[in-house]
Ligand binder design. Structure first.
Ligand code: KIV
Ligand code: ZN
Length: 516
């Protein structure tokens, strides 16, 4: 293997699925495995086949259906486990059996009541049995980080002699730290004389929040495979997170000097898929994939990022599959951030208009933590209260009922002339909107429609808010009436009038000089 290459072994579907509360159906697992193949991981640990029929099925189906990565299944150094793993993996193009036994004194005494020699014998027997199913066999001395070094070196050497092609060193309980774990890897490479015949792997848990740091320290010392999970999910506090390890190696390539096969643009889609399917939300400030990882709130930062993103970003959002960074508009935002966002949503304002909107924006930001695009649209809409009504509703007639095809006839006045059109639709509002579209002949799309009662009782006023888009620009229209159909029609006409009004200001007119 190329000495600069680091293999990415993903155990989201095995160790990751051991997260409290996470459980995936077989179909979910197959879907995630396909996504991991798109991410281009080198190895997918698909499950622990002996542990249940569902685990066996998931490993078998992934082995049959997912091309590209090596597919592995976990097995204790027990005949039944290895046979089940071998069976589940038999259709894989690149199968690997991953077998393990604990080697630390505490596990030997408390869990197994066995001697080191007995454990060694179990390990070798397990590896040899796995070799009957496939040539690619990984061996893990569980709890390596707390195992006496002499025994660890002895069992690693013997495992390679028995045929293990990958040796994985787990910090099973997340006890180690970067100096210590890096040193352990360095010593294994120095003291186990046949180590070069196997791939040296690491598997770190996050109990002290050091899983990624320990993994990177091991890579620095020569580890060639990293065992990781998407979003860092896993037993207890989880495993080293794939996206953090990968992006650290990629972003600091000049320091680590390592290559991987990962297609980093698939990181966000994979993270979101795993979070959704496992039902485990990603914390907002999670490195790389958290909602705030590329969000800038401070006005000083926003201003600098707009000038040059590298001022406050060490990776580009597009590298991991995000469309762009996020300027969070809130009370720390400056004029520049607001101006940029308004421009992005289609409103390049004059300095005077910007000053006015900025004042209103600050008042709003004081009340709301985050100001969303919708709030900006509402501010713009309020600023354009004096919109000229290019189209006015003259009349409407609706035919609707449980046995009738909803039909609307609409009359709109435009420049002293009344235009009339009729249309059928999926409901009375749809029919009315279609009839209006026929009259105004504009490329509008209805992006959102909401109706809420603004007063109580049977004669309640209904307020309708519609969002329409025209050439990618979003515009809000609103109206209220005791007749919800009328409110719906008036809100749509209101949006159309705003589109025309704003279009004149920002597209046809000289946008630099435009006044609201
Ligand atoms: O954490 C651990 O030790 C494991 C092994 C099975 C590799 O998950
Ligand atoms: Zn583990």
């Amino acid at each position: 293997m190329d000495s600069n290459r680091v293999l990415v072994f993903d155990t989201t579907l095995r160790d990751g699925e051991q997260s409290p509360g996470a459980s995936l159906s077989v179909n979910d697992k197959v879907a995630i495995a396909h996504q991991l193949a798109r991410l281009n991981v080198d190895v997918i640990e698909a499950g622990f086949p002996v542990s249940s029929e569902a685990q066996f099925d998931a490993v078998r189906r992934i082995a049959q259906e997912v091309d590209g990565p090596t597919i592995t299944g976990l097995a204790r150094c027990i005949d039944l486990d290895i046979d089940r793993a071998g069976e589940a993996l038999k259709d894989a193009k690149k199968p690997r059996i991953h077998t393990f036994v604990a080697t630390s004194k505490i596990h030997l005494e408390k869990k197994f009541r066995k001697t080191e020699d007995e454990i060694l014998e179990m390990a070798l027997k397990g590896i040899k049995r796995a070799k009957q199913y496939c040539d690619d066999v990984e061996f893990s001395p569980e709890d390596s980080a707390r195992t006496g070094k002499d025994f660890l070196f002895r069992i690693v050497k013997a495992a390679i002699e028995a045929g293990a092609t990958t040796i994985n060193i787990p910090d099973t309980v997340g006890y180690s730290n970067p100096e210590e774990f890096g040193e352990l890897i360095r010593e294994i490479i120095k003291k186990v004389d046949n180590i070069h015949k196997a791939i040296l792997s690491v598997h770190c848990h996050n109990d002290l929040g050091l899983a990624v740091a320990n993994t990177l320290a091991a890579v620095r010392q020569g580890a060639q495979q990293v065992e990781v999970t998407i979003n860092g999910v896993g037993e207890r506090a989880g495993n080293a997170s794939l996206e953090e390890v990968v992006m650290a190696l990629k972003t600091r390539q000049a320091f680590y000097k390592k290559q991987m096969g990962i297609n980093s643009k698939e990181i966000i889609p994979t993270s979101r898929m795993v979070s959704r399917m496992m039902g485990i939300p990603v914390q907002p400030n999670k490195a790389i994939v958290g909602a705030n990882a590329f969000a800038h709130e401070s006005g000083i930062h926003q201003d600098a990022v707009i000038k040059d993103a590298s001022t406050y970003e060490i990776m580009t959002p597009t590298e991991i599959g995000l469309e762009s960074n996020k300027i969070v508009l809130g009370r720390h935002s400056g004029r520049h951030g607001l101006k940029q966002r308004l421009q992005e949503i289609g409103y390049p304002l004059t300095p005077e208009d910007l000053d006015r909107i900025y004042e209103r924006f600050l008042e709003l930001a004081d009340k709301k933590k985050e100001v969303f695009e919708e709030d900006l649209l509402a501010l713009i809409a309020e600023e354009s209260q004096d919109v000229t009504e290019a189209f006015q509703l003259e009349y409407f007639q609706i035919l609707s009922g449980n046995h009738a095809i909803p039909t609307a006839t609409i009359g709109l006045k435009h420049k002293d002339q009344v235009f009339r059109e009729a249309s059928v639709g999926d409901g009375p509002v749809d029919a009315a909107y279609k009839a209006i579209d026929k009259i105004v002949k504009m490329p509008l799309k209805l992006a959102d429609y909401s109706l809420k009662g603004v007063t109580g009782g049977k004669d309640a006023m209904g307020e309708v808010v519609v969002h329409v888009t025209e050439n990618g620009k979003r515009i809000i229209g609103r109206a209220a009436s005791t007749d919800v159909i009328e409110a719906s029609i008036r809100a749509y006409v209101n949006a159309i009038n705003r589109v025309l009004f704003l279009k004149e200001k920002f597209t046809n007119g000289n946008s630099e000089k435009a006044q609201l």
